[in-house]
Design a protein around this ligand. Structure first.
Ligand SMILES: [Zn+2]
Length: 380
């Protein structure tokens, strides 16, 4: 059962805001916003998608902070009723659409907080994916640090040793290694994997559009990575049912099911949605052959050059991204929080949801200082 992951983690108090009611855009607004998202995708040169537990709920895996989330119910002494095993869970429409958008060069990188392995199962290549909190279908060697794809989910979480010898010598060109395999799933106190975090941070800085799907952005550093895009002049779109920590910084917020949002966007873009094929699922192939799951050093170096060319010398407000996983200041989000959805200046009334000025230059938005062209929505 997928709850085993949550139960396997150490006790931890600061799990963020839990159980905030979900919100749904009315149909006309939903359609209008999807048009805008499709337009943004077409206009952008480098797009990063940040995914959280909300993209896997339609696969039967519960989220954490939703009204029926694992942590929300834990507080009430309950467990989620919708629960599928990690073995049986299949990639959702969203996972398959993201894989397709990467193949079509519309999306350039995916940063995931999910440990369910569904991006892997969709057939998405490693060079396009950062898994910041680990993956139930990955083992890691404690000596050579190679990662290997598993055919079944790990039985432990929190980087525990299974005692299985490293399989490096079974890979082409692999040298024998005396290491042992550990599960690749982080517990609260673990640092995020260096290469994944580095790639995620660089892509987020380079990006001119970050799209956040199914996450309340409360866990750092993952939840703050989309802000890197804003710091270098890009835009941020949030698609989530609950309010998020960074709604007030978003250029566009869509409150609806992510599967429905992306399906609509694909229709507008005229791109077919692929169907999940078991033959593309590396965890199935791993039943018979040894497959590694490594970020290629050459890809890191190549991206670093692009990152330095774009971002070097540009003053950032924050100096370093923390690499410890942690929940963020709880006081920063509340039911009274407002999400600013500001209209495009050149659009007619009730159209457009994109702000036209850099975020930092926006005055504190209140009902009094909003122009007739702006709308403000209250979250929750
Ligand atoms: Zn090894």
């Amino acid at each position: 059962m997928s709850c085993n992951y949550a139960e396997g983690l150490s006790p931890y108090e600061h799990k963020g805001i839990l159980g905030v009611p979900e919100k749904f855009d009315p149909v006309d607004k939903f359609n209008e916003k999807c048009e805008l998202l499709a337009q943004l995708i077409n206009e952008s040169n480098h797009i990063v998608v940040h995914t959280g537990a909300g993209i896997s709920t339609s696969a039967g895996i519960p989220d954490f902070r939703g009204p029926n989330g694992v942590w929300t119910l834990e507080k009430e002494g309950k467990k989620p009723t919708i629960n599928v095993s990690f073995s049986d869970a299949k990639p959702t429409k969203t996972h398959m659409i993201l894989k397709k958008l990467v193949e079509r060069n519309k999306v350039h990188y995916i940063v995931s907080q999910n440990i369910d392995g569904l991006h892997l199962k969709s057939g998405l290549q490693r060079k396009y994916l950062a898994e910041l909190h680990g993956n139930m279908f990955i083992d890691e060697c404690n000596v050579c640090k190679r990662q290997f794809i598993r055919s079944c989910p790990v039985e432990t979480v929190g980087k525990k040793c299974s005692g299985v010898p490293c399989a490096a010598d079974h890979l082409s060109g692999g040298r024998p290694c005396r290491g042992r395999l550990y599960d690749g799933v982080l517990d609260w106190e673990h640092s995020l994997p260096d290469n994944d975090l580095f790639m995620a941070e660089m892509h987020s800085g380079i990006a001119d559009l970050s799209i956040c799907l199914g996450t309340t952005l409360q866990i750092i550093p993952s939840g703050n990575l989309p802000l890197e895009t804003l710091k270098y002049g890009g835009k941020m779109v949030i698609c989530n049912l609950q309010p998020t920590k960074h709604d007030n910084k978003a250029d566009l917020i869509i409150n609806y099911y992510v599967d429905d949002i992306l399906e609509k966007v694909m229709n507008i873009l005229g791109i077919e949605i692929p169907v999940y094929q078991e033959t593309d699922n590396p965890t199935k192939l791993a039943q018979t052959i040894i497959l590694d799951w490594m970020i290629n050093r050459k890809d890191v170096i190549a991206l670093e050059k692009i990152y330095k060319a774009k971002c070097k010398g540009v003053k950032k407000k924050r100096i370093l991204i923390k690499n410890k996983r942690n929940s963020t200041e709880i006081s920063s989000i509340s039911q009274d929080d407002k999400s600013k959805i500001i209209k495009r200046e050149d659009s007619s009334e009730n159209e457009g949801i994109i702000k036209t000025e850099p975020l930092e230059e926006q005055p504190a938005t209140t009902d009094q200082n909003i122009t007739s062209n702006n709308i403000v929505e209250t979250v929750a």
